[in-house]
Write a protein of this length. Structure first.
Length: 184
């Protein structure tokens, strides 16, 4: 299996499109526009339609790719492909009976897929290194950061609690931050 998630927008799009060609639905992925949103924090995917040009665009969230396993992300691609098929065949899309019939067949959710942005981010302390990693849970990488090193250059890293902006580099720092953070 190729690496997941792929690094970079082009690799992510290539992976999604390649997968889309294997999905059993009557829409040509190469006739669609594909985009990656670097900003989306909740919607994992979206499908837009321009009635003037007939262009259908599938937009996938970078953060969803980082948060999801490949199987979960593939389900997002299938969900948006059903919308793309609806737009191309009928000029409209939704989650009604027509959608649900395809959703059952393709094992996708019948609401637009969402994801939780990562609660925690690891960041290398070496200014020359741009290594970052997202974490959802307070595992040892988060609670005892001094025992691990940057995944790329081996320097120390810092943990950030994204919502509060609190950062720490040690287990003691984690305990202090945890007391200050009201909403973990
Ligand atoms: Zn949807
Ligand atoms: Zn580093």
């Amino acid at each position: 299996m190729p690496e997941w998630p792929p690094t970079g927008r082009d690799a992510l799009l290539a992976r999604a499109r390649e997968y889309a060609r294997t999905v059993d639905i009557d829409v040509d992925p190469d006739a669609l526009s594909w985009e990656v949103s670097e900003r989306a924090k909740r919607r994992a995917g979206a499908c837009r339609y321009d009635p003037a040009t007939g262009e259908v665009t599938i937009r996938l969230a970078r953060r969803a790719a980082d948060a999801f396993s490949w199987n979960e992300f593939a389900r997002v691609v299938r969900h948006e492909l059903v919308h793309a098929w609806e737009y191309r065949e009928f000029g409209e899309a939704g989650h009604g009976p027509r959608f649900r019939a395809q959703a059952d067949r393709l094992d996708v959710t019948t609401t637009c897929p969402t994801f939780a942005a990562a609660r925690l981010r690891l960041r290398c302390t070496d200014p020359a290194c741009d290594w970052r990693a997202d974490r959802h849970r307070a595992a040892a990488t988060v609670t005892e950061p001094e025992r691990r090193r940057c995944g790329r250059c081996g320097s120390r890293y810092e943990v950030e609690h994204v919502a509060s902006g609190e950062t720490w580099r040690t287990a003691a720092g984690y305990r202090g931050a945890r007391e200050r953070i009201e909403e973990w």
